[in-house]
Every structure is written in structure tokens, then in C-alpha cells.
Design a protein around this ligand. Sequence first.
Ligand code: BGC
Length: 859
Amino acid sequence: MVKLKTILSRRCSFLIDLIFVHLLLSLFFIHNTLAENQEFESNIDIPGYRNPALPVEKRVNDLMNRMTFAEKIDMVSGAGFTTKSNIRLGIPEIVMTDGPLGPNTKGRATNYSACINMASTWDDSLIKRVGVSIGEETRVLGRNMLLGPCLNIARVPQHGRTFESFGEDPFLTSRMAVAYIKGVQSQRVITSTKHFAVNNQEWNRGVVDVNVDERALREIYLPAFKAAVQKADTWSIMAAYNKFRGAYCCSNHYLLTEILKNEWGFDGFVVSDWGGVHNTVQTANSGLDLEMPDGAFLGDELITAIEQGEVAKDVVNEKVRRILRVMFKSGLFDESVKDYGGLANTEDRRALALEVARKSIVMLKNENKILPLDRGKIKSIAVIGPNADEARMYGGGSGYLPAHYAISPLQGLRDKVGEDVKIRFVKSGRLKRQTLPAIESQLLTPPGADPGEHGLLGEYFNNKELEGEPALRRIDDQVDFSWDTDSPAPGVVNKDLFSARWTGTFTSPGSGMFELGIMSDNGCRLYLDDKLVIDSWIVDMASSLRSIYISLEKDRKYNIRMEFFENIGTSEAHLGIAYYGKGDDINQAAIAAKESDVAIVCAGLRETLEGEGNDREQLSLPKDQVKLINAVVKANKNTIVVLYNATPVLMNEWIEDVPAIIEAFYPGQEGGHALADILFGDVNPSGKLPLTFVKSWKDSPVYKTYPGPKDSVTYSEDLFVGYRHFDKYNVEPLFPFGHGLSYTTFKYSNLDIIKQNHKFIVKADIQNTGNVAGEEIVQLYIQDVESSVEREVKVLKGFIRVNLEPEESKTVTFQLDKSALAFYDVKTKEWITEPGEFRILIASSSRDIRLTGSFELGN
Ligand code: BGC
């Protein structure tokens, strides 16, 4: 028995040895095969494209070989905010979200600040950290493509999308773009750098044909996109809505194929702006790879164009190849969106938002050192204005970004001073909202109501004109309907082409000024006490709020009648109201200012006044804000105006009398705390303007060309955009590009320019000569003294943010190469550096040059 056991165990051990040797041999074989030709899939049953160990191009080829042509066609157009998945092959969707302030798809995310604030920090290492955090949060929200950054240059001071971009200078924009993209993509989130190209106004953006000289195109409008491609490897580019030299950007062969792909070597994919494609053959052949939001032109029509020989099959292969390449690079095949996980509203993100806000706020004016406020002396503050009790964080349109919480200036000040200081708040200076809370049912009573019955009588008609007998009569608790594409009463009332009337009385919940309005898609009108107060009986493009300010008396009953019609498509109707203030608010603001030690007026704009699709109509502040500022400063000379806006505002009607002005832009969810920190000197302001503020509209570089004819614009100012214009024509700006004050002073000395082969090292010493710590943004401009072509007076080519304790001195070092001196030569299509003298200007702003030196560039 023992013998048998021994034999068996020997046999077994022999068998185990045999298996072991066999296993080793197989592994060796697999390893060799992999190393030689990486044809893993031929040995075990995993398709090559599923193998993360294979190089991206091999995975792309493998998958392309497995796809049918119909499957490829499916890849080149989207479905809303995703690409289409392929179940047979397990090709996942690209799941997109709008940016660029952060991912806004699910409603809320961290709002670090608007992009214009990111630029006013002039701190690219900070913006890289913001990018990383935005990337993480995009994944937390289950998305893997962020539609941003937006790199369009602020050419027009009215441009509604200025809040989404990085200002007027190509160098500053490029540096911010590279930092942002590297940050976001480090989290394997695809950036979609937009809007390519020359998308510099919202007015007629869908049709306007932009004509711009080649040199200005290359030197002003394209450098940031080029940097995004070549220095940050942006994985996708979004083609703009407008036309460029006669062709829509989405079907512009010169922009998309010749420049972007051939010249710059872009190997990602080009996506259309939503609905920006207008034709099939030209678009397919021009270099656009993915049509969004659907396949109106690159779906069935593309198949027909291929069958008719107008588009080659290889053109489609190339598009699919580009999309897949990015999907593999960003890990989409190796990880499911469902597994992303992570947290959104974390302490780290909140701290980062506070840092951005603190570094981005710009102190424009501080006469008689009225700021910082003295904690020991200030016992009362009047906090006034339409932007005081609401945190303004974005302009309108796809770039909006509501946060999990937001600190308004009023809240920030309350948190700062606690109970020690009396705060008097007066809203004043009306700014219309985007939505209004629906009027509550208890405030509404239908005609002939039984006691306790509430709501309004709703009568629905199956025609657009409220004609004939209603198809339905019922009591509606409120008018707060989002029917989308459904009927208000299926089977009884039409889905489209219907109208409705609501009647009854409305009891005012209080006395004072109220905003009363209707948000509807489509037409609406409102009668109060039988007087027509809102009249918008039109087929609008989209739902919008029409409202009025009206003084109401508490408990008074008003007859109310709202009428509405729906044309076709989606429909909604809301009747809303919000308390505004006690009425006569300017007077009350002045009284509050007079009774307080200091008055802080939070003025400016909001998403109803600037945003996507919405250039500003005028550059001044709304009239009642101008009145408000003047009344407040008259009542108390210690008035500080804090502005919330992205596009510059004119100040000529009040600037002389106001001793301190802060430009906060849209400083994000922690803006209120950052403002209070700065006002009380706990943080020294250090932001600098990324765009020029004009004294009057006439001074603007685009005064003669904007808005221009409906369907075309010629950028006749050429290179002379922003500060380049003010320098050339010697026009005094209100506040220059690069301007921003501090509570301390900085001394600049010891400029040293060292030439090293093709490089230039520029050094300067910066000393903090005041008695508080501070940060200075040192700017380097270059002047080409002799040139065969016209050049700007100076151009920004470097900046460094430096942090200094009182009396501390640091040497800043810039490294430049010859490309910083070059211009684009239209004839040779090359960047040229001509020999001769160049001047280096080291500056605290574009109009505050502190050190000058020069050097000769030899042949
Ligand atoms: C905007 C884009 C945006 C897209 C998707 C367009 O209207 O121009 O910036 O990403 O919509 O929302």
C-alpha cells in the first residue's frame, strides 16, 4: 500500500513537473510572440484592439479591420452629447459635457471661476491644477470629453463669450490654454478646443463670413490653437459656427486640413459645433471628422455622396481612424465610465476655487489708499447693488456653471466681519433674471372659486389664436408647465399649434417692487388689472423670460390674465414672480450709504446681459446702476464699486467720484470670500487685466467694423487688436492690458540680457518696497526696432508671477528663443526673424514699463 502511494506520488510529481514545464514553455512562446509581432490575439482569444499592451495605432488598425462600412459611417455623427456606441464590437460612447468653466452636464460642479478670471491670475501652474481638478470632476460626473477650452481672442468689447475665454492677447491665451488642456487631459478626459477659428462675435455668428488678413490670422487668432495642438496635444478641436473666407468653418478645407492637420500635424479629431454643419460633400472632404449633435449631413446623405463618388471611402476611414485613435489614447476602451467614481464637492476643490478667486480679482483704482478697510475703524458697511446678494459666476449659454454652493459678496462680508460690524443691505439697480420662481397656488384664485379653492382657470384651444370654444377647461394650481413635445392633455389638446388662457386673481404677497414675468416657448402676453403689461406674441427661437418690474401692495388682489400659444416642437409656460426690494431703492441705498462708514456697490452684468448668442448692446452699465453709483457716492465718499462682468464696462459717468474700483469678473463659488479677504487686506490683490478697458466706444479698435453688415465682417484693424491698437494710435485706455494694483509697491532693477546662441536669457530684480507681502506679475514685452514690415509697438512674450515678503527681492528669469521675435511672412508662408535691434521692456502693465534694454540680432 505504502509502495503504491509512493509510486503514485512519484507519478503525480512527474505529471506536475510535466505540466509545469509545458506551462513555462507556453509562456515563453507567448512572450516571444508578443515581443516579436505583438499578435496577441492569434494565440489567445482577445481581439487586438482590446489589448491595452498594444500600441494605439495597432489597436486602431485592428478595430478598423473588423468594422463594416455601415459601422464606420455610424461613428462620424453623434447622438446629442455622445457618439454612438457599437454593441457588436464593444465600442463605447464618447460621453460629452459642456465646459469650459467646468463640466456642467448634471447641473452642478465646482465653479473655480470664469475663464477670464483664470487669465487674470496670469498663473499657468495654478490653471494646470484647475485643469486637473476639472478633468477629475468630469469623470466623477461620468463624462470623458469636455467641450473646452475656448480660445477665441477678445477682439470685440461687446463679445458675449468673453467670460469663456482668456482675453485679448495670443501669448497669454496660449499659455493658459496649454496649462488647462494638459491638466484636463492628464485625467484622460478629451478636451475639445474651440471654436476654430475667428469666432469673435456672437452677432450673426451662424452666418457671418469673417475676412481677416493672413498675417493677423497667423499672429493673433491662430497661435493659441497651434499651441493647444503642438504643446498640449489637445485630442479634439471644435470647428466654429461662422464662415471664414467664404466657407463655413465646419467645411473649411484651408483651416481644417491645410493648416490644422497638414501644417500643424494635428492627429486628433475635429468635431462640429452643434448644428454647425451645412452640407455633406464639402464638409466631408474638408476635414471635419464628427458631426454633432446628429448626422443631418454626415449620416444617410454621406452614404449617398459616397455611392455617387463625391466622397471617397477612405475619407470616412480617415475620420474613424482619428476618432478611434483618441478613444484609445484616452483609455476609453480600457475603463468604463460607470467605474469612474470619485467625489465632486470636496474640500480640496473648494480651496482651489478660493485660490483662483483671490488671485484673479483685479484692483483697478485705489485713491487715497481707501483700501484695505481698517478692521479697527469700520463699524458699519452698506452693501448695495444687484450683484451683492447673488454670486455672479458666468455668462449665459452653454458655458454656464451652477455650483454646489456659491458665496455672494454679501455673504462673504458677513462671514468676514461677523457681529462686530453692522451691515445694511439694499439690493437696488435692477438686473433681469433668467428664470423666476412660479407664483404659488395660494396666491392665485380662479373666477367664481369656492372658499379655499386656489389656482387659475385654464382654457385650452386647438388653434394658435385662442379662437372658438376651448377644447379643455380646468383649474391649474399654477402656471408652471414644461410639456416638452407632449400635449397638455393628450387626446384632447394638440401637441403643437394650440393656445391657452389662464384667468383669475393674484394676491400680492408683500408691498414693494417685484419682478413679474413669463417664461415661455412660444408666444405669450400678460394682463394685470386688464392692462397689457407683457406682449410677446411671437414665435421665438427658444424659451426666454419676459418680465417687468412692478410696484405691488401687500394683500391686494389683482386681476390676472395670461395668454399663450405653441407653434411646433417643445413647449413650456411659466408665470413667475420675485420680490425685488422696497421700491424707491436708489433713495434707500443712499440713506444706507450715508449711515454707514463705507459703501460697497456690487454692480455689473449677469448672464442675461452677456453670454453665448448675446453680445452686449452697449458698453455702459445699465442706466439705473449708473444712477445708483452716483447717488451712493454722493451720500458717502467712501464708496467702493465692485464690478461683476467679463466684457469691459464704460465708467466715464461715475469714475471721477468713486475712489476705489475692484474688477471681480466672475470669480466663482468662493468669490464672496475672496472679495472680503481683499477688501480687508487679508489678501493682497494681485490679478491683472487680460484685456483693455476703453474710455469710450469710439476708442475701440473695432469701432468702425462692429457690428458691420449682417453676413460679413472684415477685420480691418489687422494685427492691431487690444493693446496693440492703443499703442499704435497712442490712445489712452481707461485701464490698460496687464494693469492691476496692489497694497504694496515693487521696485524693478538690474535688467540683464544674455544672448546664448539662439536663446535669450532676460533677468531682472524685483523688490517688494512696501510693508505687506504681495505678488507681482512681471511682464516682458518685445519691440522690433527695425523691420521690413509694419510691426506692433510691443508684444507680450513673457510673464512671471512672483511672491515677495516686505523688502524681499527676487531675480526673475525669462528664457526666450528667436521665435519670440518672428513675424509671419505672407509671401514665403514662413515665420521670419530679421536681424537688427530689438528692445526688451519689463513692465508692471502694458502702460507701466519699468525697465528697458536692447540687443542686436545678427544674421
Ligand atoms: C456652443 C458650443 C457648445 C455647444 C454644445 C454650441 O452652441 O457654441 O460652445 O459646446 O453648443 O452645447
